[in-house]
Design a binder for this molecule. Structure first.
Ligand SMILES: *[C@@H]1O[C@H](CO)[C@@H](O)[C@H](O)[C@H]1NC(C)=O
Ligand SMILES: *[C@@H]1O[C@H](CO)[C@@H](O)[C@H](O)[C@H]1NC(C)=O
Ligand SMILES: *[C@@H]1O[C@H](CO)[C@@H](O)[C@H](O)[C@H]1NC(C)=O
Ligand SMILES: *[C@@H]1O[C@H](CO)[C@@H](O)[C@H](O)[C@H]1NC(C)=O
Ligand SMILES: *[C@@H]1O[C@H](CO)[C@@H](O)[C@H](O)[C@H]1NC(C)=O
Ligand SMILES: *[C@@H]1O[C@H](CO)[C@@H](O)[C@H](O)[C@H]1NC(C)=O
Length: 507
């Protein structure tokens, strides 16, 4: 089992040096802006209500309230279409002897999702109490704007002016709020559970437990309470009973290891080990690769385009960028334990100032904004992605969104995590260097220098091609005709349910 006690608290004050390189959101703005937040909340509620009314009055109407609107919704060749399997549509249109409106069904070959109406204590009330989600600082800014956080106004000098509005100070742990808001407007959502293929339980699994993870004297009962209550609630639902839960899913904005406590004295909640959780699929930012019911989805980054044209502008921008540095490393520079692998990378980076750039996250640099990190990724051909406190880091996605090619040292950092979202051939978009070779003195610079300019170009093109799949768009219906990370994740789960045909076959 993993060194679970290593797991990072978010937004913790750096009490020990080791905490400095935690899974701390690079893009997190921590200062509370209360009036701002409340205005946002009301605006958001108003928009939500309007959308709900529209949805109820015209469920099949393809409307879009996205502010920017997509002036050119035609996907560029670099963009992926959603992988619709047309062979399934025929069967979908004819059910129970009735033809179902084709306009509703044509884009949902894998079926539709029913969203449970959970008691607010499992979601909206948690966000309402955003001041108290963790013991150190308010999370109100981070959870504002449907989970995207505050607008990244300080970034306009770095990104093209036209799409500065697509950047936010998004917190890496806000996945649950982002998915919940998106799924309420999902084109394949159904309001009738009888017609659903899958069932979404909008429980804020990570946010509910965060406070108790980082309170020293919290009891195991406190850490398990919300999850237990949610499971009791959902297991009373007829559709859960019917399927034993195998067609149900939740989102988890933290790593799987925070929910796998097996002994009372250990770290975390035991949520995932609870018997009633057994058949429920979890979409989380880091999975246990050996658990079929864990599915890893991309960490939220700060980039949330609201139209295909904004996405295209960004892809062109990172594709044409002149990159002056061979590679870079963003992380804390102080307090590494002597033989920590990250320390070796830092030393190599510092000793090659002409080829490598370090972003020191030790101070407040990374906590208060993306500028320094984004700029470094934009200027580098490669970015080093060692494992951190856990196997994955948000930085993988920050790097790729900037069109920089990731360099991995552990297979579990990305290859065994995000299979639905990244190219099948690791060497097409990334470099793998065995960590033992690095420990034995192999120079990263010499490895990367040997890769031909042509090959670097091809890898970068592959990274850029996959940007849509690793971002969460800021449009209530997603990006027209293109699957973003949300679409890929939910469609992937629907497809799984269809493939299992009546239940996962436990051996
Ligand atoms: C996307 O779909 C359109 C129309 O179905 C097709 O013309 C286009 O080639 C597809 N693009 C990709 C990248 O598959
Ligand atoms: C934990 O400690 C805090 C302050 O020391 C106290 O207020 C709280 O009641 C304690 N909680 C438990 C469960 O003991
Ligand atoms: C679940 O289904 C069983 C029969 O399959 C039934 O006996 C039981 O009452 C059901 N429970 C609920 C909560 O619906
Ligand atoms: C999980 O599914 C299996 C059948 O696939 C069933 O036997 C088992 O009872 C289910 N577990 C729960 C907790 O519903
Ligand atoms: C971030 O910190 C720098 C100084 O470290 C400060 O000048 C800047 O205003 C801060 N930005 C935000 C958004 O807090
Ligand atoms: C690293 O060096 C050790 C001995 O110093 C050797 O046993 C090991 O095979 C080397 N590993 C690699 C990957 O070169």
């Amino acid at each position: 089992m993993l060194p679970i006690s290593d797991t990072p608290p978010p937004h913790s004050k750096p009490k020990t040096p080791e905490i400095l390189d935690r899974k701390h959101s690079y893009f997190t703005a921590v200062k509370p802006y209360l009036s701002f937040h409340h205005r946002r909340t009301w605006f958001f509620l108003a928009v939500l209500l309007l959308q709900l009314l529209l949805l109820l009055s015209a469920p099949s109407l393809p409307f879009s309230l996205s502010a920017a609107g997509s002036s050119s919704p035609r996907p560029s060749p670099a963009l992926h279409n959603l992988s619709f399997d047309n062979s399934a549509t025929g069967e979908q249109n004819f059910r129970d002897g009735l033809f179902i409106n084709e306009a509703i069904n044509e884009n949902c070959p894998y079926g539709k999702v029913y969203v449970y109406n959970l008691p607010p204590l499992f979601n909206t009330e948690i966000v309402k109490n955003c001041h108290n989600i963790n013991p150190w600082s308010s999370r109100c800014d981070a959870l504002s704007n449907s989970g995207f956080g505050k607008s990244a106004d300080g970034i306009s000098g770095i990104v093209p002016e036209k799409i500065a509005g697509a950047w936010f100070w998004t917190d890496q742990f806000s996945l649950e709020v982002i998915y919940h808001n998106r799924i309420l407007n999902y084109r394949c959502r159904t309001l009738e559970p009888e017609s659903a293929t899958a069932f979404y339980i909008p429980f804020y699994t990570g946010l509910a437990v965060e406070r108790f993870l980082f309170t020293k004297n919290s009891t195991t009962e406190e850490r398990d309470r919300h999850c237990t209550m949610m499971l009791n609630w959902v297991s009373d639902q007829p559709f859960f009973n019917k399927s034993h839960g195998w067609d149900h899913f939740i989102t988890v904005g933290r790593i799987s290891w925070d929910f796998r406590r097996s002994k009372d004295e250990d770290w975390g909640s035991s949520c995932i080990y609870m018997p009633k959780m057994r058949n429920i699929t979890r979409l989380l930012i880091e999975k246990n690769p050996w658990d079929y019911f864990d599915v890893a989805v991309p960490y939220p980054t700060g980039f949330h385009p609201s139209s295909v044209s904004d996405l295209k502008i960004w892809q062109d921008f990172v594709g044409n960028r002149q990159r002056s540095t061979l590679f870079c490393f963003a992380g804390a520079t102080r307090g590494f334990i002597k033989n920590d692998f990250r320390g070796i990378l830092l030393n190599q980076c510092y000793s090659e100032p002409g080829s490598c750039r370090v972003v020191d996250c030790g101070g407040s640099k990374c906590a208060n904004g993306t500028s320094a990190i984004l700029e470094t990724f934009l200027d580098s051909d490669f970015c080093l992605q060692p494992r951190g406190d856990s196997f994955t880091r948000r930085s993988i996605f920050d790097c790729m969104v900037a069109g920089s090619v990731p360099v991995f040292f552990w297979h579990r950092t990305a290859y065994l995590q995000y299979e639905w979202f990244l190219p099948g051939e690791p060497e097409s978009y990334s470099v793998f260097i065995d960590r033992n070779e690095v420990k034995n003195g192999t120079s990263i610079k010499s490895v990367l220098e040997k890769i031909s300019k042509e090959k670097v170009k091809r890898m970068r093109e592959k990274v850029i091609e996959y940007i849509p799949k690793i971002i969460y768009s800021n449009s209530i219906h997603g990006l027209e005709g293109i699957g973003d990370a949300f679409d890929v994740a939910v469609e992937g789960f629907l497809r799984r349910v269809k493939e299992q045909e009546g239940g996962y076959k436990w051996k």
